[in-house]
Design a protein around this ligand. Structure first.
Ligand code: FES
Length: 357
């Protein structure tokens, strides 16, 4: 419950929130006005609190509630599971204090601690991947180098348009940044990219963000699951892992609707021919012509192909419904929650529906 919305006479009441650093060391104290979230107040008071989407979808602001009470507005179960909520974990971007509190961001994964940057870039290439996906290459003009971990995303702002989040498809360290942009129904930004954007146009890039990133310390098998333009972060992870010498089994499942939605197939075939530990599977959910490919739902293909995923690490990206169904299949096959890193691509309309999916 939000006490301001609930109609209590709270006047200008603030709650005092003590912030610890991820390791537990005392960090700062902030005043959070009634009805404001902890993240809003922290950022507003100049504190660089860990965060990503600010809308309850990414888990980037996940924190321990050490003491006190908060009320959380709706959020995605990908950002915070029920089990985590029971362990007093909260999302600072959805949490309105209901008393004085102490909170502590979860331990940052050392592989993804990068300073947030704003880069000025220019469009270096716009390539047609499918009828509704373009591969955008950006040349960094200033603000670089761009340090990120494979699987993360950034906010791209095209001239005169609001910023939107897209995942990096290129591996960290590549000379150009690559993004895969799919036309979203009613989306001004994606319509601009597929229609009016030209080589040479300026783009600002802010980031990196996101927690569904590659964990290179994992030595067990890796399962990569992508739907549509969710192939972008999955490509970055696969290329980074293979370039870094990862020799464990790696399975890449790509789900698309029909033949015309498949892209970068030759790229991944070539990658697999150089790295025999990588196997790729494409699954079409609604083939429009007779096909020799796998058909059906990606989640069912995973269930059919694996018996036990104990010891695997999985990375998933794409439409929320696909990510959700595949995540359920993977957990049913024994994948632990801590080994499942999901990046559901919510549209702005879905985010506006309060992040509940
Ligand atoms: S910043 Fe809170 S869930 Fe993304």
């Amino acid at each position: 419950m939000d006490i301001a919305r609930a109609g209590f006479d709270i006047g200008g009441m603030n709650y005092r929130v003590s912030l610890n650093k991820p390791g537990g060391e005392r960090w700062a104290g902030i005043d959070v006005p009634a009805g404001r979230t902890i993240l809003e107040a922290a950022l507003g008071q100049g504190i660089d609190y860990p965060h990503g989407c600010r809308s309850g979808n990414c888990g980037g602001c996940k924190s321990h509630l050490i003491s006190g009470e908060v009320e959380m507005s709706p959020y995605s179960p990908f950002a915070l599971t029920e089990e985590e909520r029971r362990r007093d974990l909260i999302l600072a971007c959805r949490s309105v204090p209901w008393s004085d509190c102490t909170v502590q961001p979860v331990e940052a994964d050392e592989e993804a601690v990068h300073a947030s940057r704003r880069l000025d870039c220019r469009v270096a290439g716009i390539d047609r991947a499918t009828h509704d996906i373009r591969i955008l290459s950006l040349e960094i003009e200033s603000g670089g180098p761009f340090d990120f971990t494979a699987g993360q995303y950034a906010a791209l702002a095209f001239e005169g348009l609001p910023a939107r989040d897209f995942s990096m498809a290129s591996p960290p360290g590549a000379t150009r940044l690559e993004f895969h942009i799919r036309l979203v129904s009613g989306g001004r930004v994606t319509r601009h990219v597929l229609g009016a954007l030209r080589v040479g146009d300026p783009v600002s890039v802010n980031g990196p963000m996101g927690t569904a990133h590659y964990r290179k310390s994992h030595r067990g098998p890796i399962l990569l699951v992508a739907g549509g333009s969710g192939l972008a972060p999955i490509k970055s992870i696969a290329e980074t892992a293979l370039a870094g010498g990862a020799a464990q089994d790696m399975f890449l499942y790509f789900g698309a609707r029909a033949e015309r939605d498949i892209y970068l197939e030759e790229h991944f075939t070539a990658l697999a021919s150089h790295h025999p530990n990588l196997r790729t599977v494409t699954v079409l959910s609604e083939p429009d012509v007779p096909t020799g490919r796998r058909t059906g739902w990606l989640a069912d293909a995973l269930t059919a192909d694996f018996d036990d995923l104990d010891g695997f690490k999985a990375y998933l990206a794409g439409p929320p419904a696909m990510v959700e169904s595949c995540t359920e299949s993977l957990h049913a096959l024994g994948l632990s929650r801590r080994d499942c890193h999901a990046d559901p691509f919510y549209t702005e309309a879905e985010k506006a529906s309060d992040g509940s999916g």
